[in-house]
Design a protein around this ligand. Structure first.
Ligand code: SAM
Ligand code: SF4
Length: 444
């Protein structure tokens, strides 16, 4: 049997790209590799294994992975025993091609197969290459061990749903992450309890379409709102968030929970992608501008102080200046406290990949104008917090003496003068200043 004492442990360097689901997957891979005798290191130079957990959502993300792999060539030449692996959505999409394009790669594992990572690593130790991009029958979450007991940060991600059946015309997720699957309620609750025992006070439930969650439960299928109410019963868990949601899955019980569940934070990431009905139709979003705006009104009626966040794509094929103006108008009407915006990136194999592109310089110009509007709006919303009282969950000590840093209910970063503060405390504070990307506060 392998001796896993610290002195004997091999070193794993893991680098994570992309979304929060990859951050969660990386944590689970580290835990799986702990059982195979590995501990993490912060530098690739002293690693016995390098693992890149990749994202395939935009073209540049995949290219970054290839250039990063190129940088490890020298290291591999110096240390032939070094194992190099690629995980995540680029692994899923490109498979064997990665080993062909970059022969230093020993192991390629897709996001549904990473519970098999320890066996794959063992295979590479025998000098073989290991490739697994299956969507196996067995549940990876079942095969992974319970979360370890060591103390950890007060906030955590917890994946409850994976995959997507929506097939937006621009998106690779339904191909790389597969069909929509929800984890059973009791498994999610057990994992949440394990996290709370380790000091976690805030859990963000994750899924590509998290609000489409429908996990099995003794009482029948449960919606995301049902799951949130089950989590609400866990003592010591103080805050619940979820991301990312699709407008069409924003059900009545979830909207209601925003008004009635005190642990559910007043923050919602609800991407719209475009404000033009023509583009929304071509994107296959299955909702229009008006239904999105009406939905926001209903959610804000349930929770008036809700902070809204969104995703936007500019330069989708055949987007005209008038379509783009519709997006700017929608942003002005809805008002976003946070947002992510992207220039359309062609993904081979998706329906939009066949359509005529918007001129590159024009698309860049639109992205700049969109981001300028979003950042002005975010700044205004952030500045309007000055004078208000909010709760802050401390995540770490600040750089100044007696200062703590954490997140408000609305997910703003807040610096608090609190010499007695400890990581994990939730304190009531008054916002006294707004700077570039954060707020300053004093205890109430
Ligand atoms: N399921 C979520 C939804 O429906 O909004 C989003 C998941 S996706 C991983 C995150 C974001 O990436 C999308 O909301 C979209 O804005 C952006 N995205 C996806 N495909 C893209 C593409 N081909 N080009 C540019 N941005 C893209
Ligand atoms: Fe991609 Fe989200 Fe659309 Fe699914 S709903 S295809 S994950 S953008």
């Amino acid at each position: 049997m392998a001796d896993n004492t610290t002195a004997e442990k091999k070193k794993l360097f893991i680098k994570t790209y992309g979304c929060q689901m990859n951050v969660y997957d990386s944590e689970r891979m580290v835990e799986a590799m702990d059982g195979a005798g590995y501990e993490t290191t912060d530098t690739p130079d002293d690693a016995d294994m390098i693992l890149l957990n990749t994202c395939h959502i935009r073209e540049k993300a995949a290219e970054k992975v290839y250039s990063e792999l190129g940088r490890f060539k020298g290291l591999k030449a110096e240390k032939p025993d070094l194992k190099i692996g690629v995980a995540g959505c680029v692994a899923q999409a490109e498979g064997k091609e990665i080993m062909r394009r970059q022969p230093i790669v020993d192991l390629v594992v897709g996001p549904q197969a990473y519970h098999r990572l320890p066996e794959m690593e063992a295979k590479t130790q025998e000098g073989a290459k290991a490739l697994d991009t299956d969507f196996p029958e067995e549940d990876k979450f079942e095969k992974l061990k319970r979360r370890p007991k060591a103390k950890r940060a007060p906030t955590a991600f917890l994946t409850v749903q994976e995959g997507c059946d929506k097939f937006c015309a621009f998106c690779v997720v339904p191909y790389t992450r597969g069909a929509e699957v929800s984890r059973p309620v009791d498994r999610v609750i057990t994992e949440a309890q394990d996290l709370v025992e380790r000091g976690v006070r805030e859990i963000t439930l994750l899924g590509q379409n998290v609000n489409a969650y429908h996990g099995t439960h003794s009482s029948g299928d449960m919606t995301l709102a049902g799951l949130i109410w089950e989590l609400d019963k866990i003592d010591g868990l103080e805050r619940i968030r979820f991301t990312t949601s699709h407008p069409n899955d924003m059900m009545d019980d979830l909207i209601e929970a925003h008004g009635t569940c005190s642990k559910l934070m007043p923050y919602l990431h609800l991407p719209v992608q475009s404000g033009s009905d023509k583009i929304l139709k071509r994107m296959n979003r299955n909702h229009d501008r008006d239904s999105y705006i009406k939905l926001i009104e209903r959610i804000r009626a349930a929770r008036p102080d809700l902070m809204l966040s969104g995703d936007f794509i500019v330069g989708f094929p055949e987007e005209t200046e008038a379509d783009f103006q519709d997006t700017l108008d929608l942003i002005k009407e809805v008002k976003y406290g946070q947002a992510y915006s992207f220039k359309y990136s062609t993904r081979p194999g998706t329906p939009a990949a066949e359509r005529p592109l918007v001129d590159e310089a024009e698309a860049n110009d639109r992205l700049q104008r969109l981001q300028a509007l979003l950042s002005t709006q975010q700044k205004e919303i952030q500045n309007s917090m000055v004078g208000r009282e909010v709760n802050v969950l401390y995540e770490k000590a600040g750089r100044l003496e007696g200062q703590m840093v954490g997140k408000s209910d609305y997910l703003h970063a807040v610096f608090v003068a609190d010499p007695k503060g400890k990581v994990g405390d939730i304190k009531r504070v008054r916002i006294v200043e707004s700077s570039a990307n954060s707020l300053g506060a004093v205890l109430v």
